[in-house]
Structure formats: structure tokens, C-alpha cells
Design a binder for this molecule. Structure first.
Ligand code: ADP
Length: 266
């Protein structure tokens, strides 16, 4: 009992401290934002850019520690509100698009026509998991594309299970690491010269959130051949009376030529 009490105290402490640290850090980021927008000689601009990047990174790190310790302390509740599945995915893609644009990686999504448009669950948490997986997919890919697929795996009356997949063309994860990377503070590449910064908390947070929602999470990958991170969560359909007809456009007799260099966009 004492051990449990102290474990909880530790998580509470981490949650409180990281929350307190965020406030002044927001002040630092805000001021750097203003500096970035101002005219400056190139050398100064370079220094401000470094300070801004570091502050953003620190903020991400603290947000992760805060989330993780709140989850550990059992302070996270799952909501049940209505949301639009396509809208949710599109919002996430829009959010990560600057990152993908910068790296020249195409992003897009495919939603199975059988996914009900309105669903009930915790859109904020689903978004958080998707943002994390998308962020990683872009971070660990040097070229190619990242695809989000949304599929209905099971559905009966008003309960459905939705499966989200984030498929990338990046470095991949080998079999031994696949089981470990969902633990806290773990990274596949632990060398001090590793190319990708991170806390090793992102996937641990994703796993905890998905478990809280009653779902499952995993990865399918071969080292060097990209990764497919997936999670499946049970959701409810708020209104089963309105029969949902998948919208499949039919253009009889129309001949079309679709041209795009990206598979996912085509
Ligand atoms: P980090 O903040 O270090 O990225 P995560 O928990 O998000 O922490 O990821 C843990 C580790 O899992 C990463 O350091 C990386 O080694 C591996 N990983 C996560 N996503 C991918 C991906 N899409 N492709 C290859 N490796 C990945």
C-alpha cells in the first residue's frame, strides 16, 4: 500500500511540476514569436531561430511529461461526445501539413465508405493519438508518403469498432523493438548520435489513451521498409435511425484521367 501511495505521489508531483513549468515557458515562446516576426540582422535571426526551436522542443517534452504523469496518476477521464470522423482526420492532416511540406512528404487519407459519418467517443483523445502517430511517421521518413486509413472492423447496432492506420515509407521498426517502443522512455535507437530527437513518451501516451478508450494499439513493420502503426477503438453511433447510405459517386459514361505523382492523392 505504501509503495502504491508513493508511486501515486510521484506521478502527482510530476504532473504538478510540469504544469507549473509550462506557464513561464509559454511566456518565453510568446516573446520569441514576437522577436521572430521583427526585422533583424541575419546573425541575430539565426540565434532567435535556435532559441525558438529549443523552446518549442522543451514545450513538447513538458506537455508529454504532463500528459504521461496525469495518465499514470489516473487523472485522465475519457469523454463521450459526438464528432465527425472525416473532419477529425482532416483536422489532424492540416495540423501536421507544415511538417510534411518541409520534408517533401505527401500526406493523405482514405476512409472506408462504411464508416458512419457521425460517431460518439472522445474526439480529443483520438486526435491526440493520431497527431502523435502522424508526427512520428513524418519524423521517421525521409521521403515518400504517409497515409491514414480509417476502416470499420466491426459493427453491430449502435456499437462499432473503428481501426485507424498510419502507414509510412520510413525507416521501420525491427521485430525486437516493436514490443518495447510502446513502453515509457523507450526509443529504438538509443545511441547518443541518433538523428531523431524525442522523449520516448509519445507512444507510451498513445497506448495509455487507447487502453483507456477500451481499444488496442500495435505496429506492423519490417526494418527499412516503413511502418504501419494502428489502433482500434470501440465507438458508438449516436443515431442509428437515420439509415446511413455510403456516398459513392457514380458518373455514368464519364471518362476521367487522374494525374498526380502521389499514390495517396490519386
Ligand atoms: P519519441 O518522442 O522518441 O519519438 P515515441 O514514443 O513516439 O518517442 O517513439 C518511440 C520510438 O519508437 C522512437 O524513438 C522510434 O525509435 C520508434 N518509432 C516510433 N514511430 C516510428 C515510425 N513511424 N517509424 C520508425 N520508428 C518509429
Amino acid at each position: 500500500d505504501n509503495a502504491l501511495k508513493f508511486a501515486k505521489l510521484k506521478s502527482d508531483f510530476a504532473a504538478t511540476v510540469s504544469h507549473e513549468i509550462r506557464t513561464p515557458l509559454n511566456g518565453v515562446v510568446g516573446t520569441l514569436d514576437i522577436l521572430m516576426a521583427a526585422e533583424q540582422p541575419p546573425k541575430q535571426r539565426q540565434f532567435v531561430q535556435i532559441a525558438w526551436d529549443s523552446a518549442q522542443y522543451l514545450l513538447d517534452l513538458i506537455n508529454n511529461i504532463l500528459d504521461f504523469s496525469r495518465l499514470e496518476a489516473g487523472r485522465v477521464d475519457i469523454e463521450r461526445t459526438e464528432f465527425d470522423a472525416a473532419r477529425l482526420v482532416e483536422d489532424v492532416l492540416e495540423l501536421v501539413s507544415p511538417q510534411s511540406l518541409q520534408k517533401g512528404i505527401d500526406i493523405g487519407y482514405l476512409m472506408s465508405p462504411s464508416v458512419p459519418p457521425r460517431l460518439k467517443g472522445d474526439p480529443r483523445r483520438l486526435r491526440q493519438v493520431l497527431i502523435n502517430l502522424m508526427g512520428n511517421a513524418i519524423k521517421f521518413s525521409d521521403s515518400g508518403e504517409v497515409e491514414v486509413a480509417v476502416l470499420l472492423v466491426q459493427g453491430q447496432d449502435d456499437s462499432v469498432t473503428l481501426r485507424f492506420e498510419v502507414i509510412d515509407t520510413g525507416i521501420g521498426v525491427d521485430a525486437a523493438e516493436q514490443a518495447r517502443i510502446f513502453d515509457s522512455f523507450t526509443q529504438a535507437d538509443t545511441s547518443t548520435t541518433r538523428r531523431h530527437a524525442g522523449s520516448g513518451l509519445g507512444l507510451a501516451i498513445c497506448k495509455q489513451l487507447v487502453l483507456l478508450m477500451g481499444g488496442e494499439i500495435g505496429v506492423i513493420s519490417t526494418l527499412g521498409h516503413g511502418a504501419r502503426f494502428w489502433f482500434a477503438v470501440p465507438l458508438t453511433v449516436p443515431d442509428t435511425r437515420t439509415v446511413f447510405e455510403p456516398v459513392m459517386p457514380t458518373w455514368p459514361g464519364l471518362r476521367a484521367l487522374v494525374v498526380d505523382e502521389s499514390d495517396i492523392a490519386r
